[in-house]
Ligand binder design. Sequence first.
Ligand SMILES: CC(C)(COP(=O)(O)OP(=O)(O)OC[C@H]1O[C@@H](n2cnc3c(N)ncnc32)[C@H](O)[C@@H]1OP(=O)(O)O)[C@@H](O)C(=O)NCCC(=O)NCCS
Length: 156
Amino acid sequence: MIIRQFEPYDFEDVLNIEMEAFTEHNPFVYMNFYEMNKDGFFVASINNRVVGFVIGYRSAVTEGRVFSLAVKEEYKGRRIGSQLMQTILNAFQQQGLKSATLEVRTSNHIAKKLYQDMGFIACWVEHRYYSDGENAIIMKKQLSPLCWVNSIQASL
Ligand SMILES: CC(C)(COP(=O)(O)OP(=O)(O)OC[C@H]1O[C@@H](n2cnc3c(N)ncnc32)[C@H](O)[C@@H]1OP(=O)(O)O)[C@@H](O)C(=O)NCCC(=O)NCCS
């Protein structure tokens, strides 16, 4: 398995996974992300087929937002999702971002567990965030803790 940046020829595979994984769809968003935000769009590939993807972008001066993460059904449970998440977090750090944020459906226990295991903390609930009325949990993770310690020490 390799993780690499999204290329336009991955579009069909990504859309198929998106259709399988999510109930709300917006195919145009994916090409827009490629055009506007190449550095935050990664795919996991096995034998030249895309088996998962992650998208993230700078949402504030020091914060990155994980917009979407999904793995093809038959490849779930092989730590591909965790590796994709680590890839986008590394990209955020390389961009100098200090924190990452995301939202997750309250019923999505698998994703919540993955995010908690990777250091995300549930911060608050957005009521009726999704179009079907389900609430979202907003989760955040600090990046570069050493930088924070250094900057605190420097200000003492
Ligand atoms: C969430 C998702 C991306 C996880 O991808 P994955 O490659 O299966 O995840 P991993 O193999 O890296 O598993 C990481 C952790 O997720 C949890 N997990 C994964 N599959 C699980 C399952 N079937 N049951 C319970 N927990 C599970 C576990 O905590 C696991 O850690 P562990 O192996 O140490 O127990 C995948 O399930 C998916 O595409 N879901 C549909 C789309 C989605 O919900 N995206 C997130 C939107 S916010």
